[in-house]
Design a protein around this ligand. Structure first.
Ligand code: AMP
Length: 225
C-alpha cells in the first residue's frame, strides 16, 4: 500500500481544490478533511454551529479561527487521520490558522502545502457553472452534470448550485482570498513547505502534476517524516 501523507491544498475558490482533494485522498488512502463540507453538513443538520455559520457562509465571509480550529483539532485527532494522515481542504485560510495547525500537528508537521494556481477569469467561469451534491459534496458542472437529472451519481443526493456561488458572494470570497489567504502561500514558502501546481487542463492532468510534486518531495526526503 502507498504510504500515507499529510497535505494541505490551497487555491482560489473554483480552482478545482475539492475535486483534486478527493482524488488525492483516494490515491494516498487518507481522509479528505474539508472544513467547507463539515460546515455545510452542520448547516444541513441545523446544529447550533450550523445556525451560527450559515449567514456568514452565504455572504462569503470567513468564520472565526477558534470555531474552525476547534472543529479541525477534533477531526485531526480521530483514529483514521492519526493512522495515515489527511488531505486538508479549505483550511488553513489565514496565517493564524496555519500557525495553529502546525501546533496541533507537532511534533510532526505537514508534508506539503500545494498551491493550485488558476487565473481569476477562469475561476469565475468555473464557479458560475459549478454544481454540488447537497449530501456528499461531489462536484459537477453545467457541462458535466450527473447522469440522471441532477441526482448525484455517487450517493443519489440532490445536485444544486451552492448558495454562496452567487456573483456577490463569489467576488467577496475572492477578495478575502487575496487579503487573507495569499499571505499563507508566502508563509508556507518561507518554511520550505510549498509547491505550486498549475490547476489548468483536465482533472487527470492536474492530479498527475500534484502526485508528481508530492512524490518528488518524498524521494528527496524533505518534509516527509
Ligand atoms: P469552502 O467550501 O471551503 O469554500 O467553504 C465555504 C465557506 O465556509 C467559506 O466561504 C467560509 O464561510 C467557511 N469556511 C470554510 N473553511 C473555513 C476556514 N478555514 N476559515 C474560515 N471560514 C471557513
Amino acid at each position: 500500500m502507498v504510504p500515507g501523507a499529510r497535505l494541505v491544498v490551497l487555491g482560489k475558490q473554483g480552482a478545482g481544490k475539492g475535486t483534486q482533494c478527493v482524488r488525492l485522498s483516494h490515491h494516498y488512502v487518507v481522509p479528505h478533511v474539508s472544513t467547507g463540507d463539515m460546515l455545510r453538513a452542520a448547516v444541513k443538520q441545523g446544529t447550533a454551529m450550523g445556525k451560527k455559520a450559515k449567514s456568514l457562509m452565504d455572504r462569503g465571509e470567513l468564520l472565526g479561527d477558534d470555531l474552525i480550529m476547534d472543529m479541525v483539532t477534533e477531526r485531526l485527532g480521530e483514529k483514521d487521520v492519526r493512522a495515515r494522515g489527511f488531505v486538508l481542504d479549505g483550511c488553513p485560510r489565514t496565517v493564524s490558522q496555519a500557525e495553529r495547525l502546525a501546533a496541533i500537528l507537532a511534533p510532526y508537521d505537514l508534508d506539503l502545502a500545494i498551491d493550485l494556481e488558476v487565473h481569476t477569469g477562469q475561476v469565475l467561469r468555473r464557479l458560475a457553472a459549478r454544481r454540488v451534491c447537497v449530501d456528499c459534496g461531489a462536484n459537477y458542472s453545467t457541462s458535466t452534470p450527473p447522469l440522471i437529472s441532477w441526482t448525484c451519481d455517487v450517493c443519489g443526493g440532490e445536485v444544486i448550485q451552492r448558495e454562496d456561488d452567487t456573483e456577490e458572494a463569489i467576488s467577496r470570497r475572492l477578495e478575502i482570498y487575496e487579503l487573507q489567504t495569499t499571505p499563507l502561500i508566502e508563509w508556507y514558502r518561507s518554511r520550505g513547505q510549498l509547491e505550486s501546481v498549475p490547476g489548468t487542463g483536465t482533472p487527470d492532468a492536474v492530479t498527475r502534476r500534484m502526485v508528481k510534486v508530492i512524490e518528488d518531495r518524498r524521494n528527496r526526503g524533505s518534509g516527509f517524516g
